[in-house]
Design a protein around this ligand. Structure first.
Ligand code: UDX
Length: 447
C-alpha cells in the first residue's frame, strides 16, 4: 500500500522556509503525515507546529559562508560529505512516499535516490523564474549573456517580456564559479525529480506554465501549480517567520486613512547600500505621505546583523507620518485597509502576497528572480511600476507621488483588484490550484 508519509526539506531562508511549511500544511490537510527535515541554522519554530514531526540535520559550515549562494553550496557539500540526510531519511518510519525538497538542494535529492526514494521539488519562485533559470545555455548561445552594457534594454525574444537587464548574470557575480554551479544544480535537480511544485497559479503565468509542462512533461516530470501557498494553507505569517514581528504597526495603521499608506519592505535578505538607504529615507520623509517602513537589522551591505541607523534628522521630519519597524506582520499589513501601495524588492513571496491583497507595487528588484518579478508586475500584470535608475531622494519623492496619487497609480490599483479576484478564483472549489493539489496528492500516492 502507498505510504501516506512525506518528508520535506526546506532551504533555511525565510523566502523558502515559509512556502515549504505551507505546502506541508496543505499535504497534512489532505491526510498525509509530515516530517520536516531542517538545519539548525535558521531552524523553524517547531513548537508552533505540533502537527508535524521535525528532524534536525547538521548544517555543516553553512553559517560561515560569505553570501547566500555560498551558503547554499556549503550546505549541499556538507550534506553530501556527511550522509546525514540519507541517514535521517532512512530512519523515518514508515518509509516516506517521497522527499519534497527545495529546488536548491540536490544533495538531499541524491540522499533520497541512494535509498530509492523519489523526489518532488518545491520551486519557491515564479514559473517565469523556473523557465529563466533553465534557459542559461540558450542565453549564452544567443549572446544575451554575458550582458553587455549597451544591450541592457534588449528584449530576450525567447522569454518575453524579459530584457537583458532582468537576467541574473553570473559573470557580474563576485564569485562566478559559485553562481554557475548553483544555476547548473537547479537544472539537474529538476530533471531528476518525479514532479515539481511551483508556488504560482495558472491565471498568472499561463504561457510560462505551458512551456514548462511541454518541456518537462516529455520526460515524465509532473508540474503542479499550487499557489498562492500562503492563502491555501492555514499557516499564518507569524508561525513561519524567523523574526518576531512588531505588531505596533497594526495599531498605527488603524489610525490612518483608507488607502493612504505606502508600505515599504525589501524582504529578508536583500542588502541595501548605505547611500541608497539614505536616499530612500529622505524620499519617504519628503514625500509628505504616510509610510510604514521595514528597516530590518543588517539591511545595509556589510553590516552583519547590526541595527540599521537612519540618517540624522529623519525621525523629526517623518514624525507623525512615518512608522519604522524592524520586522512587520507583512501579510496582515498588506491586507490592512489603510495600505494603498507596496514598495517592494520583488521577492516572489512578497509579490504573491501583494497580488493576493490587490495592492499595487512599486518594484525595486535587487538580484536573481526579483528582476524578472518586477518586470512581470510592470509589463504583464500591469499592477505596478519598476523604479529604475540611481536612487535619489527627488526621484523617490516623485515616483511615490505618481504611484500613490497619479492617474497611472489609480489604473494600477484597479488592475491589482482584478488580479486579486483571479487569485481568489484559483483557490475556490474546482479552481486551478485546488485541482492541482488533488493531482499532486494522487502523484505522491502513486510513487
Ligand atoms: C528571497 C529571494 O531574495 C527572492 O528573490 C526569492 O524570490 C525568495 O527568497 P526574500 O527576501 O526572502 O526573498 O523575499 P520574499 O520572497 O518576498 O519573502 C519574504 C517573506 O518575509 C515574505 O513572506 C514576507 O511576508 C515576509 N516578511 C517580510 C515579513 O513577514 N515581515 C517583514 O517585515 C518583511
Amino acid at each position: 500500500m502507498a505510504s501516506r508519509h512525506v518528508a520535506l526539506f526546506p532551504l533555511p531562508f525565510q523566502g523558502h522556509l515559509s512556502p515549504m511549511l505551507q505546502l506541508a500544511d496543505v499535504l497534512h490537510g489532505r491526510g498525509l503525515a509530515i516530517t520536516i527535515l531542517h538545519t539548525t541554522f535558521n531552524a523553524p519554530d517547531t513548537a508552533a507546529h505540533p502537527e508535524f514531526a521535525f528532524v534536525a540535520v547538521a548544517d555543516g559550515g553553512m553559517p560561515d559562508a560569505k553570501d547566500g549562494l555560498g551558503k547554499i553550496l556549503a550546505m549541499n557539500d556538507a550534506m553530501e560529505a556527511s550522509g546525514c540526510v540519507r541517514d535521517a531519511l532512512a530512519a523515518l518510519e514508515p518509509r516516506p512516499a517521497c522527499l519534497v525538497s527545495d529546488s536548491t538542494l540536490p544533495a538531499a535529492q541524491k540522499a533520497a535516490a541512494e535509498l530509492g526514494m523519489p523526489t518532488v521539488l518545491l520551486h519557491t519562485g515564479s514559473a517565469a523564474a523556473v523557465r529563466l533559470f533553465r534557459s542559461y545555455a540558450m542565453l549564452h548561445d544567443k549572446g544575451y549573456l554575458p550582458a553587455q552594457e549597451h544591450e541592457l534594454d534588449r528584449p530576450v525574444r525567447e522569454l518575453p517580456p524579459i530584457r537583458v537587464s532582468d537576467l541574473f548574470d553570473p559573470s557580474k557575480y563576485p564569485n562566478r564559479e559559485t553562481a554557475n554551479k548553483v544555476l547548473d544544480m537547479t537544472t539537474d535537480i529538476t530533471n531528476n525529480s518525479s514532479g515539481i511544485v511551483i508556488n504560482t497559479l495558472d491565471a498568472l503565468e499561463t504561457p510560462e506554465l505551458e512551456a514548462i509542462r511541454d518541456e518537462l512533461g516529455a520526460s515524465g516530470v509532473g508540474v503542479f501549480a499550487i499557489g498562492p501557498l500562503h492563502k491555501l494553507s492555514t499557516i499564518g505569517g507569524a508561525s513561519s517567520s524567523l523574526l518576531e514581528a512588531d505588531r505596533s504597526c497594526i495599531e498605527w495603521l488603524d489610525a490612518q486613512a483608507a488607502g493612504s499608506v505606502l508600505y515599504v519592505s525589501f524582504g529578508s535578505v536583500a542588502p541595501v547600500r548605505r547611500e541608497d538607504l539614505d536616499e530612500v529615507a529622505w524620499g519617504l520623509a519628503n514625500s509628505g505621505r504616510p509610510f510604514l517602513w521595514v528597516v530590518r537589522r543588517g539591511l545595509v551591505v556589510g553590516s552583519g546583523s547590526e541595527d540599521t541607523e537612519l540618517p540624522e534628522g529623519f525621525e523629526r521630519v517623518a514624525e507623525g507620518r512615518g512608522k519604522v519597524v524592524r520586522w512587520a506582520p507583512q501579510q496582515e499589513v498588506l491586507a490592512h485597509r489603510a495600505v494603498g501601495g507596496f514598495w517592494t524588492h520583488s521577492g516572489w513571496n512578497s509579490t504573491l502576497e501583494g497580488i493576493c491583497e490587490g495592492v499595487p507595487m512599486l518594484c525595486r528588484p535587487f538580484f536573481g528572480d526579483q528582476l524578472a518579478n518586477g518586470r512581470y508586475v510592470e509589463e504583464v500584470w500591469r499592477t505596478g511600476a519598476l523604479l529604475v535608475g540611481k536612487l535619489e531622494r527627488s526621484m523617490v519623492e516623485e515616483a511615490i507621488a505618481r504611484f500613490m496619487e497619479g492617474e497611472d497609480g489609480a489604473a494600477m490599483r484597479e488592475r491589482a483588484k482584478e488580479l486579486q479576484m483571479k487569485a481568489m478564483e484559483a483557490l475556490g472549489n474546482a479552481g486551478s490550484t485546488q485541482l492541482a493539489v488533488d493531482k499532486l496528492v494522487d502523484h505522491i500516492l502513486s510513487l
